[in-house]
Structures are given as structure tokens and as C-alpha cells.
Design a protein around this ligand. Structure first.
Ligand code: ADP
Ligand code: MG
Length: 351
């Protein structure tokens, strides 16, 4: 594929906002395990536009990481298997289904078209290689610059992500950086290929609140606004998403149960699970286990193939239909969809 080649990060033009860039339809992923087949992702669909930030929210094990990682061939296969779906990526006139792409081509997509920033930057960085070199390599690989140009570009990126004294820091190793600074380095590596999409998988979970806020600010200003990059921000924390996402998809049991613009999700949640998550956001800080304990019951058993609403055993509004079929995503407002047979506004089962 032809990845966009630009001279300098700072001088190449940003992308137009609002263009459909990724369209995922009916994605299902399962794992073979000693206990049976784990149905990790069950018919997930979503769209992503350039310049927007999509927040993917759901408790641990709801399929957030597997959904995104399977798009770029980052899940181990076997034991993983993509059972259905397609994921059409568009970059200018170029268009391809990521799920049908050979691994060799996916390797170029990673970094060049889709950047990834993980929760634990230490495991994602090479501990034996100077940080500046790691950024420069990514620049060379995806943008075809010569080593000198790549070095200059890496220095510019270090400074862009707010690392002081980039000339000196270029020669440091990952262990010489704090957690927040390593996360900035990861963002610089993700920015190096100037990809149209960057996926952040719980990138600030291990960081303190002040550093979290700085990272969010950095991503919004340097990537989303300046470059028109489409951002996917994965988190278990609905409160975090308020500060960054334009749109939210709430996941439960490997399905998307509700999707809406961020303000709408907060003002008018239309799925009992989202409502429960919102009610559980503590006024003071508490850890996730305390917080989720307030939705009674346990997460769904993914060894059982989905045949009804996955949230039904924990739902206060469940009725007979919820046991008979998997609820489709109903349109419940402007750009607002909920996979629930109960109409929460009318307070009765949907007609
Ligand atoms: P999340 O990111 O929402 O916390 P994941 O997407 O990582 O959740 O995982 C979804 C489900 O897939 C989990 O229940 C997990 O047990 C299962 N899973 C993930 N990786 C594997 C694997 N390598 N083998 C078997 N099951 C897996
Ligand atoms: Mg995860």
C-alpha cells in the first residue's frame, strides 16, 4: 500500500476532518481454550471518522482490546480466530479490508496507517535501544526519510510530545524515563508514521491523575486537532472518556450495547448497563473494583455462545424477550443507538 509520505511532521497538511476512515461491520472473534471456545467479540460494528475521538468503554474482559487488536493482526492466531466481519479502511483513494489482508501487508499498516499506544509502555519499548533511535526508526520505516532527516524529525517529535531537552533525551534508554514520560515517547513513536488512526489502549491507567490529564491534552491538541488524526481511546472508566471522546461506544460481553455522542451518553443513557456505569462513577476517586461492585452480579460467561441479551442476568429491567434473542442496536436518538429491548424513556418494553 502507499502510505502518505510527508517531508516534516510540522509542515505537512492535516487531514480533512469528518471523512469516514474506518468501517467495522459484524466483527466476531473467538479463542480456543482448554475450557472451550471463548466468544470474546460478538458482532461488533462501529465507524470512525478523521479528526474524531471514539471512546470505547466497558469493564475488564468486555472485548475492547481484542476488538481493536484483531483489526491490525495483533492477536495470537491460533488460539484466536476471526469468525466474521470486515473492516474497511480508507485513506484517500486507497481502500482495503483489514481482515482480509495478508500479514505482511498488515505489518505495514501497523504504525503507517494505524498507530497503537498501550497501557504499559515499558513492555512496548525496546529496553536496549536509545529512545531517540526508536522514534527515528519508526519515521524511517513509515515515511522513507534518510537517517539524518529521521533524526531531526525524532527530535522534533520528542519536543512535540513535551519532552524537555530533546537533544540529551534522544540518547537515553527507556528505563531512564518516568512512566508518564515513557507514555509520551510511545505517543511520539505512534506519531512518527503520521498514521490517520491512532488507538490508545488504556494508556493512562497506570499514571497519576495530573499526568493523565497532560497526556489527554497532548493527544487532543497535537494529534486530533493539528493533524486531523482519528483517535480510538479504550478505557474501563466512563469518567475519563468525558474529557476526551466525541463519541462513545459502550461494550459488554463482547458486544457494543450503546453508542452515542459523549454528551448524550451522560445526559440520556439508553442502556441499563450504561446507566449502571454512570451511577457507579464515584464522586471521589476509588479503584475500579469498588466502582463496578455497585452493578450487582458477575460478568457474562464468554464460553457460552451469545443467544440472548448478555446483560439480562444483571438487568433490573429484563423481561421475557431479553432471554429469547440478542437485542439489535435500536436507533434511540440522533446518532444514538442502544441494544436494549426496553425503552428507557417511555419506561416500557419497546413496541
Ligand atoms: P478488555 O480489553 O475489554 O479488558 P479483552 O479484549 O482483552 O478485554 O478480552 C476479551 C475476552 O477475551 C476476555 O474474556 C479474555 O479472557 C478473552 N481473551 C483475550 N485473549 C485471550 C487469549 N489469548 N486466549 C483466550 N482468551 C482470551
Ligand atoms: Mg484491554
Amino acid at each position: 500500500m502507499n502510505s502518505p509520505i510527508s517531508i516534516s511532521y510540522a509542515t505537512s497538511p492535516p487531514r480533512l476532518s469528518g471523512e469516514l476512515i474506518l468501517s467495522v461491520r459484524d466483527l466476531s472473534v473467538s479463542f480456543d481454550s482448554p475450557d472451550g471456545i471463548v466468544h470474546a467479540v460478538n458482532g461488533v460494528s462501529f465507524e470512525l471518522h478523521s479528526g474524531e475521538c471514539l471512546g470505547i468503554v466497558g469493564e475488564s474482559g468486555s472485548g475492547k482490546s481484542v476488538t481493536m487488536m484483531s483489526l491490525v493482526g495483533l492477536i495470537p492466531s491460533p488460539p484466536a480466530r476471526i469468525d466474521s466481519g470486515f473492516a474497511v479502511l480508507r485513506d484517500g483513494a486507497w481502500e482495503a479490508d483489514l481482515l482480509a489482508m495478508p500479514r505482511s501487508q498488515l505489518r505495514r499498516v501497523r504504525g503507517g496507517t494505524v498507530g497503537f499506544v498501550f497501557q504499559d509502555p515499558l513492555s512496548a519499548l525496546n529496553p536496549t535501544m536509545r529512545v531517540g533511535r526508536q522514534i527515528a526508526e519508526s519515521v524511517q520505516k513509515h515515511r522513507g526519510l534518510d537517517p539524518n532527516e529521521a533524526r531531526a524529525e525524532a527530535l522534533e517529535l520528542l519536543s512535540a510530545v513535551g519532552i524537555a531537552d530533546p537533544e540529551r533525551r534522544y540518547g537515553n534508554y527507556p528505563h531512564e524515563f518516568s512512566g508518564g514520560m515513557r507514555q509520551r515517547v510511545m505517543i511520539a513513536i505512534a506519531m512518527a508514521g503520521d498514521p490517520p488512526i491512532v488507538i490508545f489502549d488504556e494508556p493512562t491507567t497506570a499514571l497519576d491523575v495530573t499526568v493523565q490529564a497532560q497526556i489527554v491534552q497532548l493527544v487532543k491538541s497535537r494529534l486530533q486537532k493539528e493533524r486531523g488524526t482519528a483517535i480510538v481511546w479504550i478505557t474501563h472508566d466512563l469518567a475519563v472518556v468525558a474529557g476526551i471522546a466525541d463519541r462513545v461506544a459502550v461494550m459488554y460481553g463482547g458486544t457494543v450495547v450503546e453508542t452515542a455522542p459523549v454528551d448524550e451518553i451522560y445526559a440520556r443513557p439508553q442502556h441499563p448497563y450504561t446507566e449502571g456505569l454512570l451511577a457507579a462513577i464515584p464522586s471521589a476517586e476509588a479503584d475500579i473494583n469498588t466502582r463496578l461492585a455497585s452493578i450487582e452480579g458477575s460478568p457474562p460467561d464468554l464460553l457460552v455462545e451469545l443467544s440472548c441479551c448478555p446483560f439480562q442476568p444483571r438487568c433490573t429491567r429484563a423481561f421475557d424477550r431479553c432471554l429469547q434473542a440478542v437485542p439489535p442496536l435500536f436507533k434511540v436518538g440522533n446518532a444514538h443507538h442502544s441494544a436494549c429491548f426496553y425503552d428507557m424513556v417511555a419506561d416500557r418494553p419497546r413496541a
